[in-house]
Unconditional design. Structure first.
Length: 71
């Protein structure tokens, strides 16, 4: 999973998978879930992120799948 913050648009994109997105559906105002053609959720976009989430900190919990890495 990767989390990208874009300051110029104040948006966050959380990428769940490297599968290609086929369709995006707005599930709430300013929140879009991207799906593959098979209906698998592959990402989520959040507009006006600084108004919706606390961007001052990110807490990561231990994953059963390995270490947390930075790019």
């Amino acid at each position: 999973m990767r989390i990208h913050y874009y300051a110029d648009t104040d948006s966050i994109y959380i990428k769940f998978s490297d599968l290609p997105a086929w369709e995006g559906r707005e599930v709430s105002q300013g929140i879009v879930i991207d799906y593959t053609d098979a209906g698998i959720a592959v990402g989520m976009g959040i507009d006006n992120a600084s108004e919706r989430v606390d961007l001052s900190r990110l807490v990561l919990f231990k994953s059963p799948f390995g270490e947390v890495t930075e790019e």
